[in-house]
Design a binder for this molecule. Structure first.
Ligand SMILES: [Zn+2]
Length: 283
């Protein structure tokens, strides 16, 4: 087969043993399907190592059909899969982080912001807005790990706070879907104070007896976990997501103790009472 060797990360090293399996996807249309496979669009499941055609993965909401591994989903894609067509009204779409500390590390914060804005086409690590899920109007915030590890800087905190406040004033439930490495170190205290700010906004929202559903996806860690991610009336999580505060190695080194099996997974936290339930993205 003349399958071009492009995008090596997505293309299996040896295509020949895999291609013959794929026509099982549809009976009677195998030839068309084969012709429709233009280039390296196979993705290897990191969990069961099955090769999945990316269109099939998209149709299955980015879940491996063999082992139910949940692949990462970008914020806009997730909103598209959740919200009824044409009902999503984005809020604060143009809000952008500024480099208040003039932070310089291996590269400057400003240059990092510029490159992530280009590579993700997002302005920051969260997209917020009002929309309908089924018949219900909701205030929805969805984080995106591809923008600086989903880190929470002042823009993520401010957008979520405004979303929660909009939910409170409009009597709407709030849903936040988190994925984050934690607070954004490039903004120092400005990022840490977002923990208190978002938590306070949620307290006012709760005083109005409105529901807040927090959905944790892989990975949700640190400052985000220590604030709005764990304040849900319902806390749902993807199966096998890494969820915690400090990293397992740091805890192990600090406490000098063996960590229990499955530590910092959503299953472990469900067993220990933090989660309401685990939730398959398809259901
Ligand atoms: Zn799999």
């Amino acid at each position: 087969m003349g399958v071009p060797q492009v995008e090596p990360a997505l293309t299996p090293p040896s295509i020949k043993p895999i291609l013959p399996k794929k026509p099982n996807m549809g009976s009677g249309k195998t030839r068309t399907k084969k012709r429709d496979i233009p280039e390296g669009l196979w993705i290897k499941c990191p969990s069961c190592e099955a090769m999945i055609f990316d269109k099939e993965l998209d149709e299955n909401l980015k879940i491996c059909s063999k082992c139910s591994h949940h692949f990462p989903i970008g914020a806009r894609e997730r909103i598209h899969s959740l919200v009824e067509t044409c009902t999503f009204q984005e809020l604060d779409a143009d809000m952008e982080s500024v480099d208040v500390l003039a932070f310089k590390g291996a590269s400057t914060y400003k240059s990092k912001l510029d490159s992530y804005r280009k590579s993700t086409t997002l302005k920051d690590a969260v997209v917020t807005g009002l929309g309908k899920i089924g018949p219900h109007r909701v205030a929805l915030g969805v984080m995106d790990f591809t923008f600086l590890g989903g880190s929470m800087g002042s823009v993520v905190g401010e957008k979520l706070t405004r979303l929660i406040e909009r939910g409170t004033s409009n009597n709407l439930p709030v849903i936040i879907i988190s994925t984050s490495g934690g607070a954004r170190m490039y903004e120092g205290m400005f990022s840490l104070m977002q923990m208190a700010k978002t938590s306070a906004a949620l307290a006012y929202h709760a005083q109005h007896r409105l529901a807040y559903i927090s959905i944790l996806t892989h990975p949700t860690m640190a400052g985000v976990m220590a604030s709005y991610a764990t304040l849900g009336d319902l806390i749902l999580a993807e199966p096998k997501a890494m969820i915690g505060f400090a990293g397992a190695r740091v805890i192990k080194d600090t406490t000098q103790a063996e960590l229990p099996p499955g530590f910092q997974t959503s299953e472990f936290l469900l067993d220990h009472g933090l989660m309401t339930r685990l939730c398959h993205a398809r259901k």
